[in-house]
Design a protein around this ligand. Sequence first.
Ligand code: EPU
Length: 422
Amino acid sequence: MKKLIIRGGKPLNGEININGAKNSTVALIPAAILADSEVVLEGVPDIQDVHSLIEILHEFNVKTSFKNNVLKIDPSEMQSIPMPTGKIQSLRASYYFMGATLSKFGEGVIGLPGGCFLGPRPIDQHVKAFKSLGAEVEDEYGVITLTTPNGLIATRIYLDVVSVGATINTILASVRAKGKTVIENAAREPEIIDVVTLLNKMGAKIRGAGTSVIRIEGVEQLHGTTHTIIPDRIEAGTYITAAVAMGHEVKINNVIFEHIESFIAKLDEMGAKMEIGEDSILVGRSDDLNMVSIKTQPYPGFATDLQQPLTPLLTKAKGKGTITDTIYPQRVKHIPELNRMGADIKVDGDIIRIEGPAELTGAPVRASDLRAGACLVIAGLIANGETEITGVDNILRGYSNIVEKLQSVGADIEMIEDDTVE
Ligand code: EPU
């Protein structure tokens, strides 16, 4: 029932602080249940996905406290409870409970994850890895039942697809398996390094995170620890894009530049004015942007999660460009909404074709998924007139305090409750 109202065209000035990474957090929380005592996560973003995961932890009889971005997780009395339906189905990252419960209890019943619709999102590689480790996996009407008749035995696993989720889930499942597991063709995202950093602090023996070969020597027990989550590179990229589009001078704080190098390289190619600091990026006023073409790829390539937020900026650039999302070719739900606002974009098979510059005008639009929502917020900031965005819950799943953060740099944006909106 929430709506975002944005009156566009306002210049942005000031500073925005970036939170801990959503896609790390949603894996770190299930990883934490492997400890036998309290794990403290610092820098946890206050987003809906985190609240959903906390509810799931409570269902597993795990104690938590969440205050000032610090999440304390005490799994010492956790129970192996089947979760075929309910909250577990509300976010895609629930799939990490498959690897985590396998590792902790040697079993698990997990309802298939929901999350953003980006086209087909199979979990065949997760299942392949669990089976290689000796698990039996049954899928009945979307409920995955995992058992380990002979325990988990370390092995060599080649992932056919470079997958963040399958890599992390394989690590979670194998961290206590007997012997040495080797994951080949592993994904290299910073969030994977973050999860491995936490697990190693908990007593795991994992090497090679951030490369395509990860080696895990099984340990018997994991203990509690404290860990600070890495900054959210996608949130950073989102606000940097807003700042390039509308900023006079906006400083984005808590950024690891190396995590968004391919994204910054594209903005450079567009002619955006940016100064890279030690852990911040200062974005200046950028006029006369050049059109570019983008191809999303696994890390360190251009992130699929930044494709949608960047699209409205491309509408301001002159010339013709394309976006090819090789990870999720069907991640195009933002396009009809941008066209409703005056953009000139065509979806041509697996290629998005953009012609600019286009004058965006405020319109009623719907955020069909998280990053489409970020895209529409940026489009609303750019557009003349008023933009009304529905589907706001999709945005709040992944962006904490988005309204307050944008207001603090001068955006005219508010969130209202509207009973007439579904
Ligand atoms: N894939 C398979 N089989 C599998 C797993 C993946 O074919 O078993 C394919 C997918 O269909 C996709 C590609 O492999 O084409 C990569 O998918 P990946 O497994 O890496 O994606 P994910 O782990 O499900 C995470 C993020 C996504 C992000 C992708 C790609 C989380 C919770 N989600 O998803 O984030 O887009 O990696 O980087 O970490 C978002 O934040 O908006 C979001 C959707």
